[in-house]
Design a binder for this molecule. Sequence first.
Ligand code: HAX
Length: 434
Amino acid sequence: MDPLKKKFEEKATELFKEYRSILKEHGDKKADEVKLSQIFGGMRGVKSMIWETSNLDAHEGIKFRGFSIPQLQEKLPSRYNCKQPLPEGLFWLMLTGEMPTDEEVKWLTDEWERRGEVPDHTTKLIDSLPNDLHPMAQLSAAIVSMHSESVFAKRYSEGFKKSEYWDATYEDAMNLIAKLPRVAAHIYRKIYHKNDAIGPDNRLDWAANYAHQLGFDEPDFRSLMRLYLTIHADHEGGNASAHTAHLVNSTLSDPFLSFASGMNALAGPLHGLANQEVLKFILGMIEELGTDNPSNDQVANYVKLTLSRGKVIPGYGHAVLRQPDPRFTAQRVFAEDYIKDSNIVKIVWKLFEVVPPILQGLGKVKNPWPNVDAHSGAILTHYGLKEYSYYTVLFGVSRALGVMASMCWTRALGFPIERPKSVTMDWVRSFVNS
Ligand code: HAX
């Protein structure tokens, strides 16, 4: 058994016993009460699942196994004198709850490299799709086609015990994460570079290798990818993409099919697609104003105009957060550190000054602050990755780390199929009149 799987098995066996005994003793204890406003309002805040890998606080933002983003930047292993952590280390941390050593991370980089080969039919499928099909649709189709590789699906069809589900899920998680950058890079090169694919370079770490296959080998872009793929990896379990993957997997649909479902949720403009929408919005502003160096007043007027057109301001607001998103702040710090002069980056910072008071003034927006998607496009554009329709794919590659680590936990703890309760309006009417 490989060292990561072994460590996970130890941790999972321990937690399984603990959770079963908690459930036996305290199963009837009330953890929450649900208000009608939550039933109508997208189940905000309803405690309804276990998600070990990260936790989101409305004010402090995301913590991965208790570590904030600056703490990850300080404590996770890095390489090549890069100030940014290796996402491999975050996966290890999320899966085991333990900070990995340099050697453990090195092992994981090599292991993902070893597992990275993409089936021929997946490459052919991508090549057969029209270039104007959105990259997220191509990603989802490609992942679905890798169902052929699922160890879980194969072992299930042969008949295996529930206590062994986690093992097959771990194999699928590792294989999916290993293959995903190659699939995602193939989609990019096919659509935007006349199918001029670039093969992997097995001397590189997972993030740098992805950057390489996209066609970006500058050290700063590699650093950006390490940070980007770390901070987008997980946002507890209730967000739409993670929860979708979790729900689908609860039917014992295999990890490839489950993760593809999560990607379809990420592709919505209120969720991950917001990163492309932000750049589109900024480019639209530049075009309408006729300058890429607008004043704060010009930016504010454009924001108000956008709202008057009945649109949301992409990159702002959040269902849980009530402060600027630490993932936004991490990207801002990166841009301050690495990027000397970019008018698009400066527009992102001007938006940060003018948007919150305008949204606050509407009197209905619960969180007027920027979220993760407000910054990424400006930095990617600065380095030459300008095809904004592709941005959500980068997010999706990162999100695999958290979702797949969590899926291993879900299967190791043996959680059942999800089945919440819906109610009819008749029920609501009689409830309010009772
Ligand atoms: N611009 C304009 N109006 C906004 C707004 C924004 N950025 N954010 C919220 N509102 C509006 C809502 O549309 C809603 O209006 P109505 O009552 O007229 O329907 C009202 O304010 C209350 O919404 P809320 O309770 O504050 O926000 P929700 O929890 O319902 O929604 C969203 C959270 C993120 C979907 C929302 O803030 C939004 O649409 N933001 C813009 C899109 C975006 O950036 N999405 C990415 C979020 C982060 C993420 O998942 N990344 O992947």
